[in-house]
Structures are given as C-alpha cells and as structure tokens.
Design a protein around this ligand. Structure first.
Ligand code: HEC
Length: 119
C-alpha cells in the first residue's frame, strides 16, 4: 500500500513537471522544427474543426482537407494560408470562430516552406 502511494506521488510529480515544460514552451515561443503532415498538420486541422467541415463527405466551399493530396491542393492555390491569416479576398477560417493561434499558423507555414510533404 505504501509503495503504491509513493508510486502515485512520483507519477503526479512527474506529470506536473511535463505540464510545466509545455507551459514554458507555450510562453517562450513556438517550436516549428520538424513539422510533419501525419502528426502536426492533421492534428491542427482537427483541433480547429477544419476537418469537420472540409472532408470527403462535406467539402464546404468545395474545399476538402482530408488526406494529403487534398490539403496540398489548397496549399498550392494559396487558399489555406490566405483564409487562416484572414487575408483580404479570402473567406476567414475557421468559419465564425476566432483566428487560430499564431503558433499553429506558423507551424503550417513551416511545413509548407519545407515543401508541404506527405511526411
Ligand atoms: C463550420 C464549418 C467550417 C469550419 C469549422 C471551417 N470551415 Fe472552411 N469553409 C467553410 C465554408 C462554408 C466555406 C465556403 C465559404 C463560406 O461560405 O464561408 C469555407 C471555405 C474555406 C476555404 C476557401 C477559402 C477561400 O477564400 O476560397 C478554405 C481554404 C477553408 N475553408 C479552410 C478552412 C480551415 C483551414 C479551417 C480550420 C482552421 C476551416 N476552413 C474551418 C466552412 C468551415
């Protein structure tokens, strides 16, 4: 029983520590190294609900953000960054919501700058 208590105490200390590190990264900047489609990009598009309105079943506005090939199309025609940066001449995305966090926009830009690979 005592061992179990110590173990759970150790675990909670450990997770508090991990949490603080994330907080730190959040405050001090944005890590745009090694952004991968299959990990970061898919996650960001899901987090903001983009994929919910733009997928194989419902391609709102004719835009499909499901699968690398479809995302690449919207990257190449400039509409992805235009819409999430709220540039003039583009519909502002995510639709009817506040702008995405700068760090997430920067991550997508970093991935595009590296060639928008299917990685
Ligand atoms: C609630 C549904 C909804 C969500 C969430 C949403 N969109 Fe859209 N999106 C639309 C609709 C509908 C259009 C067509 C234009 C319009 O009516 O606003 C559109 C248009 C677009 C376009 C074309 C823009 C243009 O000017 O040609 C892009 C690119 C796009 N969305 C990307 C995104 C991204 C990226 C996200 C997430 C950050 C997102 N959308 C979230 C519904 C949505």
């Amino acid at each position: 029983m005592k061992k179990l208590l110590i173990l759970s105490l150790a675990l909670s200390l450990f997770s508090a520590c991990v949490y603080e590190n994330e907080e730190e990264a959040y405050r001090t900047g944005c890590n745009t190294d090694n952004i991968r489609y299959s990990d970061n990009v898919v996650r960001i598009l899901a987090d903001y609900g983009c994929a919910g309105c733009h997928n194989d079943m419902f391609a709102s506005g004719g835009v499909n953000l499901e699968g690398h090939a479809n995302v690449k199309t919207v990257v190449d025609n400039g509409r992805l960054m235009g819409s999430i940066r709220h540039e003039q001449g583009f519909f502002q995305m995510p639709r009817n919501q506040v702008k995405m966090r700068d760090c997430d926009i920067d991550k997508l830009q970093a991935w595009i700058d590296e060639g928008a690979l299917n990685n």
